[in-house]
Design a protein around this ligand. Structure first.
Ligand code: MN
Length: 438
């Protein structure tokens, strides 16, 4: 595991950008996540940037200054694009070279400091965009705690279906409605059928929920008809973001049989704007889920010793809720849950390998959702369906307000970070959305 660590992970490294050294910050020099932004009110084309402290390095400008001239021309032209897709199509090594170059430029004793300062844009003046044109989006169900909780609400006698421990369960989502953090989310309309009636009505969802997830952005990809062996799967993941798979539980309950989620989930999916590279996450790798002895082994195509040893990622995810009344009264968002991505039953590599195992081609810019991240404890539950047990155990907020599901004006914010002794903490930023009236 340690062999993948380079100078870019050195906990002693510091940037001359002062805010990058602030304890508890998300974007120290060891992180360097990629995103796409434009300065507000400038009418300028969007460009690729890398976050450092409370600043963004404008890579377009950096290239113009000749600061990236050490990189091969193909990488330089990929960095001049308006999305990460050209860089994603070059595979992970290209991203790693950019990361290493930026690390050197941003180090406190780095060369060309004056020119680098000239490329910094304060994050608060920037509008952050979706980092890539997302071609296809698939969402999994990789938390056994989530699957068991949801299963026991609907099938108390038989919570986990017999396929769960063999097949990484997933469905094809929709990319057209993926939005970046901050975009409002309109309450969906749909067919809803009450327990006591036989016919549904069409109206606004009354069981609107969030799902706290991690999203993996695909780089490289595979030609149709070929597979991605598990040993190569992580080479096809550029990096990770936070993801909120907004879900209308009442629409879902009526429509999901027999083909799975459809309109209950495809009205909006929010992602955080910064892509935390797999290289930045190297110090935080952990073993895959420790399957109890009586669980089946993964089928051979889903197993590698390296993946078992370090296929997990130690990301802590937290969900915060702030109602419109809390905002009006100046009350801080309240934390609803905290969970660890390390508790997922399936690793990211297993999800990627399984997805391509039938010859399905993944393409650079595709997005793969992990599924709701829930852990074993009650405050590890990553959606309201679980937290309120289908609305039967409502939450009471600091204002005295009560929630079973989301009401209009509610703001849901997901945060994520990695911490480990001997490494500098890195964070994911924020994945936020406010519910608007239907
Ligand atoms: Mn989901």
């Amino acid at each position: 595991m340690t062999k993948s660590l380079t100078r870019t992970h050195d906990p002693a490294a510091r940037s001359f950008v002062e805010s990058a050294g602030r304890p508890g910050g998300d974007f120290p020099i060891q992180n360097l996540p990629f995103g796409v932004f434009a300065r507000r009110g400038r009418n300028e084309a969007e460009r690729i940037g890398v976050a450092i402290g409370d600043q963004i390095v404008d890579l377009n400008r950096a290239a113009g200054q000749g600061l990236l001239a050490a990189l091969e021309p193909e990488i330089q032209s990929a960095l001049a694009a308006r999305t990460l897709n050209p860089l994603l199509s070059m595979g992970r090594p290209a991203g790693r070279l950019v990361r290493e170059r930026l690390f050197d430029l941003l180090c406190e004793d780095g060369p060309s400091r004056g020119q680098v300062v000239d490329c910094l844009v304060p994050m608060e003046t920037a509008e952050l965009m979706l980092p890539a044109v997302i071609g296809d989006y698939s969402d999994f169900y990789a938390s056994i705690h989530h699957a068991t909780n949801v299963g026991s609400m609907f099938r108390p006698e038989n919570p986990l279906l017999p396929n769960y421990k063999y097949v990484p369960i997933g469905y094809h989502g929709r990319s057209s409605s993926i939005v970046v953090s901050g975009a409002p989310v309109k309450r969906p309309m749909g067919q809803i059928k009450g327990d006591q009636t036989t016919a549904p009505v069409f109206g606004p969802s009354r069981s609107l929920d969030y799902e706290c997830e991690i999203g993996a952005l695909i780089s490289g990809g595979n030609p149709r008809g070929t597979e991605i062996p598990i040993g190569e799967a992580e080479q096809h993941i550029f990096g990770l973001s936070l993801l909120n798979d907004w879900s209308a539980r009442d629409i879902q309950a009526w429509e999901y049989q027999p083909l799975g989620p459809f309109l209950a989930k495809n009205f909006a999916t929010t992602v955080s704007p910064w892509v935390i590279t797999m290289d930045a996450l190297a110090p935080f790798r952990v073993p895959a889920y420790d399957r109890p002895a009586d669980d089946p082994d993964p089928l051979p195509y889903l197993f590698s010793e390296a993946d078992r040893r370090s296929g997990g990622v130690g990301i802590t995810v937290e969900v915060y809720l702030r109602t419109s009344r809390m905002r009006a009264d100046g009350i801080a968002a309240t934390r609803l849950s905290q969970a660890s991505f390390a508790t997922m039953y399936w690793t990211l590599a297993q999800l990627v390998t399984h997805h391509a195992s039938n010859g399905c081609n993944l393409r650079p810019g595709d997005l793969i959702g992990s599924g709701t991240i829930s852990g074993p404890a009650k405050d590890n539950r990553g959606c309201l369906l679980e937290l309120t047990w289908r609305g039967n155990e409502p939450l009471t907020l600091p204002t005295g307000e009560v929630r079973r599901f989301l009401l209009d004006g509610d703001e849901v914010s997901i945060r994520g970070y990695c911490e480990r002794e001997g490494a500098v903490r890195i964070g994911f930023g924020e994945c936020r959305g406010v519910i608007e009236t239907a």
